[in-house]
Ligand binder design. Structure first.
Ligand code: UD1
Length: 365
């Protein structure tokens, strides 16, 4: 019988990482993947549409935890996943990225002596106010095999004293999905639907607590976005937590009554990819989109003070612009004036990272 290996997903950024790894593990035929979905994200537009487009089968285990405070959500996942681990323990639990589901399932597994494999290990923003940074540090501390997407990940783990025998630089599995989906994304009608012209619009996403939780910061950001959208249309697929924060801060009008700003519901993977690929520039606080724009060579104004993905700034097309209006405006003008780095191809972001992940997991198990 083949060894069972759990692949854990919970929130939107996990799905594009799990899909190619699942395919690569299946293709090798040595292990039996079991898909565990925690239910951290559950709306059709945040969840189901990704399963459909990326061809991920229905989860074998669905924990249905839903939203909650960090403690409540993490605790529910821990308790519910543990039950399955006790009934039918896998040979390993593979977790992706840095969301609450990542750390919760890692902790449940390691306590039952199920070894943990972390895909996208070692990334550090060195900002412990970010919930994701805590998730990254804790997951790496208890993982047995740490699969790294860029060299900084290996360097960080080395500084933290992780034995190099546990660490492998495999590249970026999310880029596998991007390359796999790009041809299909070309069939998207999103530009026509939104009446956008190639290279003459910007796309923006924003949901980090540091940008949306403080009403003063959120208002200031939405005001600068409104101003910039009079220079060039900006499409803004709104994350549910941002919509909620804007309502609570009483600034919904800035979202829906600014003429150049097109606020829409969250979009599917392919529509988002097509919107990014054809945009003049991207404004975002998403880690994944920093990487995707680097691959696509589209200028990316990263609405953060720091990044756990330094290669996107050092060698890619991303610049950290924080959330101060002046800096955002200047960067926007720099892009329009052609004063932006062109970026280069990142080693191992080549469409084959998942094959290397699958190989490393098989060899290691
Ligand atoms: C989570 C991740 C973050 C990632 C983001 C991508 C953590 C700590 N954060 O943040 O790293 O960048 O996902 O989206 O894991 N909600 C819905 N429908 C859904 C899911 C969420 O309406 O399907 C709303 C709920 O009000 C919920 C809020 O969004 O309380 C936040 O969701 P949550 O999963 O807690 O964190 P995200 O902000 O999405």
């Amino acid at each position: 019988m083949k060894t069972l290996v759990d692949l854990v997903a919970g929130a939107r950024p996990n799905f594009m990482k799990l899909a190619p790894v699942m395919r690569a593990i299946r293709a090798r035929g040595e292990l039996e993947p079991r898909i565990v979905h925690t239910g951290q994200h559950y709306d059709y537009g945040m969840n189901d549409v990704f399963f459909e487009e990326l061809g991920i089968p229905r989860p074998d285990i669905y924990l249905e935890v839903g939203s909650g405070s960090h403690g409540a959500q993490t605790a529910r996942i821990l308790e519910r996943y543990e039950e399955y681990l006790m009934k039918d323990p896998p040979g390993a639990t593979v977790v992706f990225g840095d969301v609450n589901s990542t750390v919760a399932c890692s902790l449940a597994a390691v306590k039952l002596r199920v070894p943990v494999v972390h895909v996208e290990a070692g990334l550090r923003s060195f900002d412990r106010t970010m919930p994701e940074e805590i998730n990254r540090i804790l997951t790496d501390a208890i993982a047995e095999l740490l699969l790294v997407s860029e060299p900084s990940g290996a360097a960080n783990l080395n500084l933290e004293g992780v034995k190099s025998a546990k660490v492998r630089l495999v590249g970026n599995v999310m880029i596998d999905t991007l390359m796999h989906e790009l041809t299909l994304a070309k069939k998207s009608h999103i530009l026509e639907q939104l009446e956008l012209t190639d290279d003459e619009y910007a796309i923006m996403t924003m949901h980090r607590p540091s940008n949306v939780d403080d009403p003063t910061i959120l208002k200031r950001l939405l005001e600068v976005i409104r101003d910039l959208s009079s220079i060039m249309p900006i499409v803004f697929p709104i994350h549910p937590r941002t919509r909620q924060a804007a309502a609570e801060a009483g600034v919904t009008d800035l979202l829906f009554k600014s003429p150049g700003l097109r606020c829409i519901d969250p979009v599917s993977y392919r529509n988002n990819l097509w919107l990014m690929a054809n945009a003049r520039l991207v404004l975002t606080d998403s880690g994944g989109m920093q990487e995707e724009t680097t691959f696509l060579k589209v200028p990316c104004l990263t609405l953060r003070e720091n990044t756990e993905r330094p290669i996107t700034v050092e060698r890619g097309t991303s610049r950290l612009v924080g959330n101060e209006p002046e800096q955002i405006r200047n960067a926007f003008e720099d892009v329009l004036a052609g004063r932006w780095q062109k970026g280069e191809a990142i080693p191992l972001w080549d469409g084959h990272a998942s094959e290397r992940v699958a190989k490393e997991i098989c060899l290691w198990i």
